[in-house]
Design a protein around this ligand. Structure first.
Ligand code: BG6
Length: 478
């Protein structure tokens, strides 16, 4: 690999989300949010596709790992020191909306919540680590979910604007890089996470999701405009769950089907947030699926004015499509659909591993938009073993990350303007889709287990030292 593949100021680092690391769910005046009512373990996965979840907790029946998570709320200093030791240039975290506005509807923010993130940003600054802040990462305040029906309700735009105005003003001198909605395009598959509602019925899921997305597009545009006004040198991006979509074979029927599925999933939200317009192809899709978007006067102008500065993406897997699928062909871990790809191996959770897909995706996105790109999530969820001598030899994780970094280097050589890479779950955390501790992504091991036991002690894995070397050599030593 050429020494020049990664640009000089490439942003190497790691990524997390408040609900998956902080814990302290009742501390500092924080209100409840979506993740607090999601059970740990297999019960969570079922909720993803099920309509009619009531957002109530049942502590007799389930555990709620996000309540304690990995206790970053109290241990952030230790964790940030470890990130600094690895040489992080950037750390992606989210602000928990319900720490700032516990119910979401208050007129005044919660000072304790604001002060917590001040402390975190100050600690990052101490080590010269740039924060990259996701404004909304699957953690809508519970009150907005239960009383308003989540993002289906247009009222959320107003509450979101209040929240965004407060955090942009408060952290104007501390945070330059912002992201609006995490994996915004995941909404059509799992409205629960991003839009904070459980569909009324399977039949109404698409209509409700696209309406919720429209509200988020308006909210995102408002956030972009506010960021540019309040922090003139800020960079604010969208965040897409990107899964390049392949045709299963050369049958044109399948090629067309893959194209149709792929563009709705991968490009619809990007087209709106980056180009500032609903793409033409979506009109036919809306018609055929009987989707009608309720828009207000001025929405489209706002969307046009509030386009993002850069595009960030998560990348875990590609998707392989075929028009007629038999049940046995469907990949078990393919949460966003598709059939098994015979050329790919899968992770312990059945997620297909495809480093080349990252190069393909980066080329597709850059070719379409010509905006700077940042990979803000990528990583391997795996079971780790602590050896008797305390070491954790996660060579499988190193292999996975190495192959993906090589793919990014190739994309840069292809001419893609890639500005950063934050691996997902740089420290072990609670998995989002399965609510497990045992699905580990980190360079840093956290002694905490699915049954709730563990000391929360942090340990450096083998990958910790490897990534440190990757960063210090700017991607040369892999
Ligand atoms: C992304 C989310 O979907 O993937 C993260 O933005 C999530 O919140 C990550 O944790 C990995 O998924 P999981 O289900 O393995 O935690």
């Amino acid at each position: 690999m050429s020494e020049k593949s990664f640009p000089e100021h490439f942003l190497w680092g790691g990524a997390t989300a408040a609900n998956q690391i902080e814990g302290g769910y009742l501390e500092g005046g924080r209100g409840l949010n979506l993740a607090d009512v999601l059970p740990g373990g297999p019960a969570r996965l079922k909720l993803l596709s099920q309509a009619g979840f009531d957002f109530e907790m049942d502590k007799e029946k389930y555990s709620y790992p996000n309540h304690e998570a990995i206790d970053f709320y109290h241990r952030y200093k230790e964790d940030i020191a470890l990130f600094a030791e690895m040489g992080f240039k950037v750390f992606r975290l989210s602000i928990a909306w319900s720490r700032i506005f516990p119910l979401g509807v208050e007129q005044e923010p919660n000072e304790d919540g604001l002060a917590f993130y001040d402390r975190v940003f100050d600690e990052l600054e101490k080590y010269g680590i740039e924060p990259l802040v996701t404004i909304a990462h699957y953690e809508t305040p519970l009150h907005l979910i239960k009383e308003y029906g989540g993002w289906r309700n247009r009222k959320l735009i107003e509450y979101f604007e209040r929240y965004v105005t407060v955090i942009l003003n408060r952290y104007r001198n501390k945070v330059k890089y912002w992201l609006t909605f995490n994996e915004i395009n995941s909404a059509t598959h799992f409205p629960l996470f991003g839009l904070g509602f459980s569909a009324t019925s399977d039949e109404t899921r698409l209509q409700e999701s696209f309406q919720g997305l429209h509200h988020q597009f308006v909210a995102s545009a408002i956030a972009v405009k506010l960021a540019h006004k309040i922090i003139p040198d800020s960079q604010i991006g969208c965040m897409l769950l990107y899964a390049p979509t392949y045709s299963y074979d050369s049958n044109p029927v399948n090629v067309m089907y893959a194209l149709e599925e792929g563009r709705v999933f991968n490009f619809f939200c990007g087209d709106v947030q980056v180009r500032g317009e609903y793409p033409t192809f979506i009109q036919r899709y809306f018609k055929e699926n009987d989707i009608k978007i309720d828009m207000q006067q001025g929405d489209l102008e706002l969307i046009k004015e509030g386009t993002v500065d850069f595009i960030s993406l998560s990348y875990y897997m590609s998707r392989t499509e075929k028009k007629e699928k038999k049940a046995e062909e469907i990949g078990e871990g393919n949460l966003i659909g598709g059939v098994k790809n015979p050329f790919l191996k899968s992770s312990d959770w059945g997620w297909e591993i495809d480093p080349a897909g990252l190069r393909i995706g980066l080329n597709e996105l850059y070719g379409r938009y010509q905006k700077p790109l940042m990979v803000v999530e990528n990583g391997l969820g795996a079971y780790d073993k602590v050896e008797e001598d305390g070491s954790i030899n996660d060579d499988y994780r190193i292999d996975y990350l190495r192959d993906h970094i090589k793919a990014m280097a190739e994309a840069i050589k292809d001419g893609v303007n890639l500005i950063g890479y934050t691996t997902w779950g740089c420290i072990d955390l609670v998995s989002n889709s399965s609510g497990q501790y045992s699905k580990r992504y980190g360079f840093i091991y956290v002694d905490k287990h699915d049954d709730g036991t563990g000391t929360l002690e942090r340990k450096r894995k083998k990958s910790f030292y490897w990534y440190k070397d990757v960063i210090s050599s700017n991607g040369k030593n892999l």
